[in-house]
Design a protein. Structure first.
Lengths: 117, 114
């Protein structure tokens, strides 16, 4: 079945530094990838939608300069948290949609726990 | 846009108890409906789905029926196990959406005790 690999699974960084999270579709081409942030008590917030070769579409209230998204190929999207601060600490999850099964193929990565100290 | 209202958790049950997690949605079109499950420390996995009215999605003993008239997609399982402890998310998917975004609600935490 479709697999999405997300790395790293955990990262601790110092305040003010930048962190890159990778999301790869291993056995399918992903026309679209999605980035979510999960807050305490489970709430999942969609941050942005990235399409291969074009600029990401950010949800209202998400700072595009803070959360840089690049989708350079059909199998890789990256989220860079720039100048991270403790309030950016969260669980980030990516999701990819299979190009072939556009209406159904949402596969999620295993998530990245970011802690900013 | 589409939105979903899920039963507030946490839900705590004994093993072999009957489970219902309510989900109602609002949608401008005719959405597909999904239930996803998130085990501790992991991403989301598709549990089941239904694509049209009266369809029943099922997997691992879980079932949910697409009720267009009540805009609901309640998740049920006849006998839960400890291994079912997880967070469950209901999500409508707008098939007409160009971007194909999937929005989630708060999720419902389920804890099953032996």
């Amino acid at each position: 079945g479709a697999v999405v690999s997300q790395h790293p699974s955990r990262v601790i960084c110092k305040s003010g530094t930048s962190v890159k999270i990778e999301c790869r579709s291993l056995d399918f081409q992903a026309t679209t990838m999605f980035w979510y942030r999960q807050f305490p008590k489970q709430s999942l917030m969609l941050m942005a939608t990235s399409n291969e070769g074009s600029k990401a579409t950010y949800e209202q209230g998400v700072e595009k300069d803070k959360f840089l998204i690049n989708h350079a190929s059909l199998t890789l999207s990256t989220l860079t948290v720039t100048s991270a601060h403790p309030e950016d600490s969260s669980f980030y999850i990516c999701s990819a949609r299979d190009r072939q099964y556009a209406n159904y193929g949402y596969t999620f990565g295993s998530g990245t726990r970011l802690t900013v100290v | 846009g589409d939105s979903v209202t899920q039963m507030e958790g946490p839900v705590t049950l004994s093993e072999e108890a009957f489970l219902t997690i309510n989900c109602t949605y609002t949608a401008t079109g005719y959405p597909s409906l999904f239930w996803y499950v998130q085990y501790p420390g992991e991403g989301l996995q598709l549990l089941l789905k239904a694509t049209k009215a009266d369809d029943k999605g099922s997997n691992k003993g879980f079932e949910a029926t697409y009720r267009k008239e009540t805009t609901s997609f309640h998740l049920e399982k006849g006998s839960v196990q400890v291994s079912d402890s997880a967070v469950y998310f209901c999500a409508p998917f707008d098939r007409g959406s160009t971007l194909g975004r999937l929005y989630f609600g708060r999720g419902t935490q389920l804890t099953v005790w032996p």
